[in-house]
Design a protein around this ligand. Structure first.
Ligand code: HEC
Ligand code: HEC
Length: 205
């Protein structure tokens, strides 16, 4: 009785607790990237860039140039963030490029849209802006599906809570790197529009 319970225990918990990076890495560089992801990034952003908490941005399918630029900006103090400054401390440019390639290569998981009424307001702002207050359509830069470009971040499917925080930081210029364009956009959004557009974007695939 005891022995069979033990086997059951190993069968269930032994398998579920297997390390995420069990497969042998292809090269030394890949193994270093996998080690950094496992020891420094996965806790908040998930091993596949699908962060579980809404305040940690999703990285899966984000453009590699954008990820690499943000990491270098965190490291060199251009984008202020106490959390991320610690995470990128001591990383070489090659590590950063490897991490950018790793997370951008992950597939974005499927999304669920939140409150339908709010999302409808958000869709209007995203696609058409607000001509009464001078908010431009987000789609004009970030693309109709929010997929961005090599120069512009992907927004589709990002956590609404993270998006709201960033929009408020852009509005107050507390996001310290390259905030000129987004400052003029975010400063014109009302609280309701900010929330609505974040909810809409969070449901984009
Ligand atoms: C303790 C939690 C935590 C860990 C661990 C962590 N991050 Fe972050 N990360 C954050 C938070 C919070 C932000 C939002 C930063 C801000 O604006 O203050 C962020 C932002 C980012 C961004 C910017 C995303 C965007 O859309 O602009 C990238 C890229 C990133 N992290 C990559 C990494 C990598 C790579 C690692 C491992 C080396 C890592 N993070 C480890 C919490 C974490
Ligand atoms: C004129 C072009 C332009 C328009 C219009 C625009 N954006 Fe942006 N957006 C940018 C640029 C450029 C960046 C990258 C800033 C950087 O490199 O740090 C950005 C970054 C962002 C980010 C940060 C993404 C991240 O992962 O941290 C968010 C969120 C965002 N934009 C939301 C919006 C929303 C919502 C709208 C519409 C209300 C909008 N943007 C309209 C150019 C634009």
């Amino acid at each position: 009785m005891k022995a069979s319970f033990g086997l059951w225990f190993i069968a269930v918990f032994g398998l579920t607790s297997m390390p995420a990076f069990a497969a042998p890495p292809a090269s030394a560089a890949a193994s270093r990237v996998a080690e950094i992801v496992g020891t420094r990034c996965a806790l908040c952003h998930g091993p596949d860039g699908e962060s579980a908490s809404a305040v940690y941005p999703r990285l899966a399918a984000q453009h590699p140039d954008y990820i690499a630029k943000q990491l270098k900006d965190f490291r060199d103090g251009r984008r202020k963030s106490d959390t991320m400054a610690d995470m990128v401390k001591g990383l070489a440019d090659e590590d950063i490029d490897g991490l950018a390639g790793y997370f951008s290569g992950k597939k974005a998981a499927s999304r669920q849209s939140g409150d339908g009424d709010l999302a409808a307001v958000g869709k209007f702002i995203f696609q058409r802006g607000n001509s009464y207050s001078g908010v431009p359509a987000c789609a004009s830069c970030h693309g109709v599906n929010g997929h961005g470009t090599h120069q512009l971040p992907r927004l589709a499917g990002q956590h609404p809570a993270y998006l709201e925080i960033q929009l408020k930081e852009f509005s107050k210029r507390e996001r310290t790197n390259d905030n000129a364009v987004m400052h003029t956009v975010a400063a014109k959004l009302t609280e309701l529009e900010t929330r609505a557009v974040a909810v809409f974007i969070g449901g984009l695939q």
